[in-house]
Design a protein around this ligand. Structure first.
Ligand code: SF4
Length: 155
């Protein structure tokens, strides 16, 4: 079972470049990042995320072009099943996952258009910090530098 925190569900525009993204925060995080920015997500909180709930969220947020799992929880099979549901039901909506692991299984790259890897390390910052250890892949291509253009254009 995968759980999400309903009250934190939101439309985001910065997490995935050039996409209007519907993001759900997944609890039961298996990570152990030093300086974790969301320790409450390590707890068993929220409600089960089901295909029916995803259908309802997408219906309520017409026009989104990407569905993002912020975190992957502990039940990988459930996560991949939900990603497959989105892919099969909504061909025009891309899928994305923010994992805190250094690497993920091959299947992730088949079911998610966007895959973020790497634990959060406070001293190196998130994706928009050029020193970051984290990486965002689009169809296996590293597009992390897309987050730095705005910064470099200012200097
Ligand atoms: S991936 Fe790391 S920063 Fe994010 S909730 Fe889990 S432990 Fe915290």
């Amino acid at each position: 079972m995968l759980k999400y925190v309903p009250e934190l569900t939101d439309i985001v525009i910065e997490e995935i470049p050039d996409r209007v993204t519907l993001a759900v925060e997944i609890s039961n995080c298996r990570g152990n990042c030093l300086g974790c920015h969301s320790p409450f997500l390590k707890k068993d909180i929220g409600e089960e995320l089901t295909p029916q709930i995803i259908d309802s969220l997408i219906a309520d947020n017409f026009g989104v072009t990407c569905f993002l799992f912020l975190g992957e929880g502990k039940d990988t099979d459930a996560l991949l099943r939900l990603a497959r549901h989105i892919k099969e039901t909504y061909p025009s909506i891309e899928t994305a996952v923010y994992s805190g692991r250094e690497s993920v299984e091959e299947e992730f790259y088949e079911l998610f258009d966007y895959v973020k890897t790497g634990p959060f390390i406070e001293a190196r910052g998130p994706l928009n910090n050029p020193d970051t250890n984290q990486r965002l892949y689009y169809h296996r291509k590293d597009i992390t530098s897309r987050f730095w253009r705005r910064i470099s254009s200012l200097h």
